[in-house]
Design a protein around this ligand. Structure first.
Ligand code: NAD
Length: 300
């Protein structure tokens, strides 16, 4: 008989992730507060339970994919009450390192095997089953979780113990936020200097300024046809989600005493962008703020 996996949080990411577990042969019992999320999941072969606890009862593993740390801690408290001893609890949400560590402690106290496993790859990666998982867990929990994570992703990295997956995720996204702003500043400067975007791209993509924000996600239309700049800056990865991750990085920096001055600046720029009502645009649209263009000009 196939392993039963509970899945709580069937939203933009969790819905397609749970569907990939079904495709891989797991029996998936899901729950979401949103009836629309439940209906879509049902159509993908997920059995819908009445509550998070009911989704977890008798399951060998439960995956959570929720908005923020407070939701994860609430749900994990309920799951740990009913989960079988030795059951895996895997949280794939992006949350504070501190909340992830608290979740590990409460699950371990109940005899469960806790795993923090945030992802990169976005909704496209969730649908295609090509997510990257960054995992914080003890070795036995990692070994048990790996086949489940591999059914939803391409790369699975064991980063260390409790909270290490969240630490890797926010460090990566802090680099991404900073590097995107750097690339956008260069394109905005090039425009003022009369240098064409394509000429700048051609030079930098094979020079020392090369980075993912330029070569895979170019913030101006043209050089990288698949980047959101060619599609009116529709996300992709929304600026509001980038702001969330930059704020998580700032919280972790403050708590640990790390100096992250450029991360702080990036968080402030994305906060300004969101305050202008542009949080739903792709995060590469921050180039418009740096050009001094008003909200609503994203597609120009
Ligand atoms: P979403 O808002 O689409 O989905 C979250 C779901 O959780 C919603 O359907 C909501 O109804 C449900 N929910 C909230 N509280 C609940 C509860 N107590 N019980 C059951 N269900 C509950 O969000 P998303 O885009 O799927 O993101 C989920 C997580 O993944 C977030 O932590 C986000 O930061 C992270 N993430 C998102 C992306 C992305 O591109 N969307 C990429 C990487 C990581």
């Amino acid at each position: 008989m196939s392993l039963t996996v509970g899945f709580v949080g069937l939203g933009n990411m969790g819905g397609p992730m749970a569907a990939n577990l079904v495709r891989a042969g797991f029996s998936v019992r899901g729950f979401d507060l949103s009836p629309a999320g439940c209906d879509a999941a049902r159509a993908d072969g997920i059995v819908i339970a009445d509550s998070a606890a009911a989704a977890a009862e008798g399951a060998g593993a439960v995956v959570t994919m929720l908005p923020a740390g407070r939701h994860v801690l609430d749900v994990w408290n309920a799951l740990a009450e009913v989960a079988a001893p030795g059951a895996l609890l895997i949280d794939a949400s992006t949350i504070e390192v501190e909340s992830a560590r608290k979740a590990h402690t409460l699950a371990a106290a109940r005899g469960c095997l806790p795993v923090d496993a945030p992802v990169s790859g976005g909704t496209g990666g969730a649908r295609a089953g090509t997510l990257t998982f960054m995992v914080g867990a003890e070795a036995p929990a990692f070994a048990a979780a790996e086949p489940i994570l591999k059914a939803m992703g391409k790369n699975v990295f064991h980063c260390g113990g409790a909270g290490a997956g969240q630490a890797a995720k926010i460090c990566n996204n802090m680099i991404l936020g900073i590097s995107m702003i750097g690339v956008c500043e260069a394109f905005a400067l090039a425009e003022r200097l009369g240098l064409s975007p394509q000429a700048l791209f051609d030079v930098v993509s094979v020079s020392s300024g090369q980075c993912w924000s330029l070569t895979s996600y170019c913030p101006v239309p043209g050089p990288v046809p698949a980047s959101p700049a060619n599609n009116g800056y529709r996300p992709g990865f929304a600026a509001s989600l980038m702001l969330k991750d930059l704020r998580l990085a700032q919280g972790a920096a403050a708590a640990s005493g790390a100096a992250t001055p450029l991360g702080a600046e990036a968080a402030q720029l994305y906060a300004l962008f969101e305050a202008q009502g542009r949080g739903g645009a792709d995060f590469s649209a921050i180039i418009e703020l740096l050009r001094g263009r008003p909200a609503g000009d994203e597609s120009r």
